[in-house]
Design a protein around this ligand. Structure first.
Ligand code: ZN
Length: 186
C-alpha cells in the first residue's frame, strides 16, 4: 500500500471516462488499498481511481466512520434533492453549493467480485454521486448553477495551485486541513 499523488483539475485524466474493471485480482485489491490510504491521508471523505491517475471504475469513501469501496457501480437516484456545500480533493480550497439527489441506491461489486448494494442518504448519497461522476469524467463544478460555476472558475484561475500547475506543467499536491465530515472534500 502506498499514498499516491492526487491529480488536480487541469489533468486530463479527470475529464476522461474510466473503463470497467474486468479482472478482480491482486492488482485491484492494491488499487483499493492505495485509494483508501490516499483518501485517509488527505484527509478526504471519498476518492475515485482517476484522481490518482488510474482510469478504472473504482472509488472509495469514508463516511460516518465507515470505509467503503465500489467497483463498476451503477446508481439509482431519488427525485428528492438536497442542497449543501461540496468540495473535491482535485480542487483544493474550492467549495460550492452543489445540488444532489437526497438518496442513492448504488449497485456494483466489491474487490473480490461479489455483487454489493449500498444505500445512502444525505452526505453518503452526495459522496456516492460525486465519486460516480468522477468515473464518467464529470466534476462537481459541472453540477453548479451557472453563476456559481462562473465564480468557481474565477476562484480556480486565481488559485496558487492552478497557477503553479499551469506554469510548471507538474502536478502539485496540497493537503486539505482536517476538519469536520461536512467540511471534507470528496
Ligand atoms: Zn472529487
Amino acid at each position: 500500500m502506498s499514498i499516491q499523488q492526487i491529480r488536480l483539475f487541469g489533468d486530463p485524466v479527470l475529464t476522461t471516462p474510466a473503463s470497467a474493471v474486468t479482472t478482480f485480482d491482486k492488482e485491484l485489491r492494491v488499487l483499493v488499498a492505495d485509494l483508501t490510504e490516499t483518501m485517509l491521508d488527505a484527509p478526504g471523505a471519498g476518492l475515485a481511481a482517476p484522481q490518482i491517475g488510474v482510469p478504472l471504475r473504482v472509488f472509495v469513501w469514508d463516511v460516518d466512520e465507515t470505509l467503503g469501496h465500489l467497483i463498476n457501480p451503477t446508481l439509482d437516484l431519488s427525485e428528492e434533492m438536497q442542497d449543501g456545500e461540496e468540495g473535491c480533493l482535485s480542487f483544493p480550497e474550492i467549495r460550492y453549493d452543489t445540488p444532489r439527489a437526497m438518496r442513492v441506491v448504488a449497485k456494483g461489486f466489491n474487490m473480490h467480485g461479489d455483487p454489493v448494494t449500498i444505500e445512502g442518504t444525505e452526505f453518503l448519497a452526495r459522496a456516492l454521486q460525486h465519486e460516480n461522476d468522477h468515473l464518467n469524467g464529470i466534476l462537481f463544478i459541472d453540477k453548479l448553477t451557472k453563476s456559481n460555476r462562473k465564480l468557481a472558475m474565477k476562484e480556480i484561475r486565481e488559485s496558487d495551485w492552478f497557477a503553479q500547475a499551469a506554469q510548471s506543467g507538474i502536478e502539485i499536491q496540497i493537503k486539505d486541513s482536517p476538519h469536520s465530515m461536512f467540511g471534507r472534500n470528496i
